[in-house]
Every structure is written in structure tokens, then in C-alpha cells.
Design a protein around this ligand. Structure first.
Ligand code: FAD
Length: 308
């Protein structure tokens, strides 16, 4: 039996990986997608208002449309995760969580990022029990309740905005003396009556036996160093999923993102990076840039294949 070797394996099924798939399909390059969550992190976006062609669309809806578009070309899609990649002769051998093995000549690493944690006492124990990291996923549990959003960047402020219509009271806490979200989001937040912003402060610990009971703050707020809330959403950014890249000894940048050139090629001739996990697009992590990087990676690989 002739051993199957895919010309390209795309690791990650976020918008970067799935756009790479669309472009590969249109260039008629056979490829394998390995990824468990169609659309990746975009499904967590409550509302997207900056993706060209859509005045306003939910992340879930956009992910659904993207999946349909990808599947219309009938690519091979393994709903699985890559756990190990090694180089063997002129190919990569990819082992997955479901104990399968695949071979590919070129790789696109489009593995995105993972949510950052505060790393304070009680956080690990209370995850899912009052402490969360995704308003879109778990916000509904806090209808008419009091919540704290930690983080004053885009993620924190958009999370706060989305839960203001649901929760009774929303505290928004940032460790800096100002919010750093886009001015557009900050202006929107000002129109909400049930939001209280706490600046220059940090969470010291989460307290609760079976469920969150209170949050201890580093500094006092309104004369108290504790905040009684029903739920907390930690929205303080993300770190790149680059363990596979590290195991292949690929060059990472100072912040551990996969270092790529303007053609999305990494320090290895047959490995490309795309989307939030890569250093591309000046680290501007957006759906549009992730999609572009997936497309550029495929075009660059296509040029390479043409040369050989
Ligand atoms: C709350 C929030 C709101 C946002 N709002 C907007 C917005 O309004 N507009 C906008 O343009 N952008 C927005 N963004 C940013 C945007 O969602 C991301 O930049 C973009 O979706 C990243 O796409 P990606 O494909 O690079 O990564 P991801 O979507 O993270 O996809 C990577 C996928 O790879 C998977 N993966 C990781 N490791 C492996 C492995 N070993 N094997 C297989 N799969 C693996 C991950 O599970 C994930 O599903 C928002 C982000 C957040 C968090």
C-alpha cells in the first residue's frame, strides 16, 4: 500500500486555518485540517462589527458560515488535536489526541492563543464555579446578578458591554489607571448605567467553598477590600499556542509567538504560521488579519510547489 502523504497539513481550525483551507481548495492542493473547534475563538465574540461585508454579525454565526464554506470544497477534516509533530525524512509525522497519525510535506501552524489566567489563589479551584473566561459562553448564568469583569482592554470592555443588558450590576476592574480598549468601545461603555469602573486595582484572591462567594482586592474600593459578586469573568488577554512550534525548534519571537516573514514562512522552509499564534500582521490579532495570513501562507506554499 502506498503511504498517504498530504501535501499540506493545517493545524488549527480557527479563521486562519479555515481560510488557508479555502485557498488550498481553490488552488486544488489536497490538504488535511486538524482542529476540533470550527471557527476557533471567533465563536466567543458576542458581536463582530469590523469584518468587511457584515455590518454586524455574531461570532457564532460567522463561524457557522465559514464552516459551511470550507466544507463545500470537501477537504479532509479531522476533528482532533495534534499532540506531537516530528520531522521524518522530507515530511512531518503528526500524532493526534485520538491516537491517529498523519504525514504531510508542508505544515501550517494556525493554533491561535489560550486565555491568560490571573494566577491568584482560588482561581483554579473556582473555574466554572463562579470564575469564568468567556462571557459569550457563560454570561447567561448571571441574568439579574452582579458580576465582575477583570481586564480593561478590548476583551474586557466588550465582555462588560455584552453583559450589561443581562446582569444587574457590572464591575469592570483594570490594573492600570485607565482603560486601554478601543475608544469606540469605551464610548459605548459610558452610555451604560449599571457599570462601575475600578482602576489601579487587582484581584488578590477568590474566596468560596463550592462556589465563588467574594473577591478580595489588593487595594480598598469604596472603603472595602472585598467585592461581593455572583460571578467573575477574567478577560486579560492571551498567550500563543506555540508548544508544537517549540518542539520543532522553530524560531519564536520575544513573546513566544511563531516568528514568520511577510510570506508567513517560519524559520523552517516547510512550516508556515498564520493567525494569532504567529508574529504576522504586526501582532494585530483580528479575524481579518488571521484570515489574510492563512491565505498568504497557502499562496506562498503554492509558489514553492510550482518551483519544484
Ligand atoms: C472576546 C473576543 C472578541 C473578539 N472580537 C473581535 C472582533 O470584533 N473583530 C475581530 O476582527 N477580531 C476579534 N477578536 C479576535 C479574533 O477572534 C482572533 O484574532 C481570530 O479569531 C484568531 O483566529 P486564529 O485562527 O488565529 O486563532 P483561533 O481562533 O484561536 O483558532 C486556533 C484554533 O486552533 C486550535 N488548536 C490549538 N492547538 C491545536 C492543536 N495542537 N491541534 C489542533 N488544533 C489546535 C484551537 O483550539 C483553536 O480552535 C476577538 C477575540 C476575542 C477573544
Amino acid at each position: 500500500m502506498v503511504e498517504k502523504i498530504y501535501p499540506i497539513a493545517i493545524i488549527g481550525s480557527g479563521i486562519a486555518g479555515l481560510t488557508a483551507s479555502i485557498y488550498a481548495s481553490r488552488y486544488q492542493i489536497e490538504h488535511l485540517i486538524i482542529g476540533e473547534i470550527p471557527g476557533g475563538i471567533m465563536s466567543e465574540s458576542v458581536v463582530v462589527e469590523n469584518f468587511p461585508g457584515f455590518k454586524s454579525i455574531t461570532g457564532l454565526d460567522l463561524a457557522k458560515r465559514l464552516k459551511e464554506q470550507v466544507l463545500s470544497y470537501k477537504p479532509t477534516w479531522e476533528y482532533d488535536s495534534a499532540v506531537k509533530i516530528k520531522e521524518e525524512k522530507n515530511n512531518f509525522v503528526i500524532s493526534t489526541k485520538n491516537q491517529k497519525e498523519f504525514k504531510a510535506h508542508f505544515l501550517i501552524l494556525a493554533t491561535g492563543t489560550k486565555r491568560r489566567k490571573l494566577g491568584v489563589s482560588g482561581e483554579k479551584e473556582l473555574i466554572g464555579k463562579g470564575v469564568h473566561s468567556c462571557v459569550t459562553c457563560d454570561g447567561y448564568f448571571y441574568k439579574d446578578k452582579n458580576v465582575l469583569i477583570v481586564g480593561g482592554g478590548d476583551a474586557g470592555v466588550t465582555a462588560a458591554l455584552s453583559i450589561t443588558n443581562l446582569a444587574k450590576k457590572v464591575y469592570l476592574l483594570n490594573n492600570l489607571d485607565k482603560l486601554t480598549a478601543m475608544p469606540f468601545w469605551q464610548e459605548k461603555l459610558k452610555t451604560k448605567k449599571n457599570v462601575e469602573i475600578i482602576l489601579n486595582n487587582n484581584v488578590k484572591k477568590f474566596v468560596g467553598k463550592d462556589f465563588l462567594e467574594k473577591v478580595i482586592l489588593e487595594k480598598s474600593h469604596n472603603g472595602k477590600n472585598e467585592l461581593i459578586v455572583d460571578g467573575v469573568f477574567v478577560e486579560i488577554g492571551a498567550d500563543p499556542n506555540t508548544d508544537l512550534a517549540k518542539s520543532l525548534n522553530l524560531k519564536l519571537d520575544k513573546r513566544d509567538f511563531l516568528q514568520v516573514g511577510c510570506d508567513q514562512k517560519s524559520s523552517h522552509n516547510r512550516v508556515y504560521g498564520a493567525g494569532d499564534a504567529s508574529s504576522g500582521s504586526n501582532h494585530f490579532h483580528q479575524m481579518l488579519t488571521a484570515a489574510s495570513e492563512g491565505a498568504i501562507a497557502i499562496d506562498a506554499i503554492y509558489q514553492e510547489i510550482q518551483k519544484s
